[in-house]
Design a protein around this ligand. Structure first.
Ligand SMILES: [Fe+2]
Length: 291
């Protein structure tokens, strides 16, 4: 086991206020200390907590939107060193994270590299924990801990290359697949969360496609549905239950068009087991919006 969980996600946006509405008001994440304003009062960094990690989702003002970093957590300095050895043995260029970058990410140490699709990935250890109580007035709690902050799906133009990279180097394993055109979409695990990473075959360049956060109760999903309607957050897929992780969830469109899933009740699978192929995404629901 190498990567333990999805640790953080840093996004660039040209519309920070839209993200404040989306991540704070709609998703119900806690805006944390560390959000910063420019001298002219414009917001330039907004940091969100889901738990005692200080910076799970961080939104940066930038000229062009995109993914700044997907952060995966490893156990400690030694695990990070072992990972660097494996990356370099595979010919991957690894950049050591500076002290300034570690301070920005609020971790003890990190390295930066790209996955085969060109997606900026960081591996870190030692989150610098925030012991102030988490205040999420619209969500009872988020399911994190050893399962990390949720899951992401990224595009993988050469899906076999990405699959081999995440399995052989980062230590993921396949939970299941699903036909996606001539290639397969793969759902990959690194802990008891059914999947932490999805690899979607689609033409490059590589990019973030999807983020999921999991709340602690079904009522949290219902309240989030109400907030989506009240805040006019664009619905992508209505309430449904997935066939692979059994998550009850719905999907909305974030600023910049990421598919963001708000869910509850995802499977916990303690062991690595045999893979399987699903033939549809949902037992029920997850239908497109009406009207
Ligand atoms: Fe998902």
């Amino acid at each position: 086991m190498t990567v333990r969980s999805l640790g953080y996600l840093h996004l660039d946006t040209d519309d920070v206020p839209a993200w404040r509405t989306f991540a704070g008001d709609f998703l119900g994440l806690m805006e944390a200390a560390g959000s910063a304003d420019d001298a002219d009062g414009a917001e330039n960094v907004v940091t969100y907590r889901l738990d005692h990690y200080p910076a799970r989702l961080v939104v940066h003002a930038a000229a062009a939107p995109g993914v700044r970093a997907i952060g995966f957590e490893v156990d400690d300095r030694r695990a990070l060193g072992d990972l660097v050895d494996r990356l370099e043995a595979r010919g991957v260029e690894v950049v050591a994270g500076s002290a300034e970058l570690a301070a920005d990410r609020r971790v003890s140490g990190l390295v930066c590299f790209e996955d085969p699709a060109g997606i900026p990935v960081e591996a870190f250890y030692g989150p610098v924990l925030d012991h102030e109580p988490l205040l999420t007035p619209t969500v009872s709690a988020f399911v994190t801990g050893s399962q990390g902050m949720g899951h992401v799906i990224v595009s993988a133009p050469d899906v076999r290359a990405s699959y081999d990279f995440y399995v052989d180097v980062l230590g993921f394993w396949e939970r299941n697949s699903m036909k996606a055109g001539p290639d397969d979409l793969y759902f990959m695990a690194c802990n008891e969360r059914h999947h932490t990473l999805g690899l979607l075959p689609m033409p490059g360049p590589g990019r973030l496609v999807h983020l999921m956060v999991e709340a602690a109760s079904l009522d949290d999903v219902g309240h989030a549905l109400d907030r989506a309607e009240d805040l006019e957050v664009p619905m992508m897929q209505r309430l449904g239950r997935h066939t692979n992780d059994h998550m009850v969830s719905f999907y909305v469109t974030s600023p910049e068009g990421y598919a963001v899933e708000f869910g509850w009740g995802g499977l916990r699978i303690p062991e690595q087991g045999p893979t399987y192929e699903i033939t549809r995404g949902a037992f029920w629901g997850h239908r497109p919006p009406t009207g």
